[in-house]
Ligand binder design. Sequence first.
Ligand SMILES: [Fe+2]
Length: 198
Amino acid sequence: MLIPGLNYKVIRPISPTIMGPIIEACSMVDWTQDGYGRKEQPLRNGKLIEFPFVLEGERISSNPYGEIETRIIEATKPLIAWMNKLYPKSLWLRGSLGALPPGATLDWHIDGGWHHPICYRYHIPIITNDGCKEMWSNDEVHMAVGYLYEFNNIELHSATNQGTDYRSHLIFDLIPESEWDDSTFPERAIKRKHLAYT
Ligand SMILES: [Fe+2]
């Protein structure tokens, strides 16, 4: 958990054995294809592939996974297993591979989903360049490949890619089982047994 006032934290390195296949699979994505565009206004410059977690977006039902998406999800399983050891009994609410095209900057925003204030947000850079940075009002960081970061997404933030290639990060929202309360969000009809992801 981030100390109040901290915008990011390097959690620990991730082994090349885990990272290699993910980078290889993610390198195959053609982000210029129409289906990857984001719809949310502040994120409209970004691209997205969602993971089949409980809060998958409409994309999964409207645009079933193809070979590349399936390969990315398979390649990410050892990383998820590693994170499940690091954060035992965590519930995986949402996951995505988020990309930022060369020259793109996201609008400044605070992540406003119902689950954002209760989740811990993790970033795992997969493909990046020196022109990429995550930004807060008074802080910024270039997130390097090979590390797990925690990210403060409930303060005003943005991201930019001033390089010449796409930047992509895996982004996961987790909550420890001990902090989940089924009664808090009954309207979501999300039961704890559906939230474990292994
Ligand atoms: Fe955000």
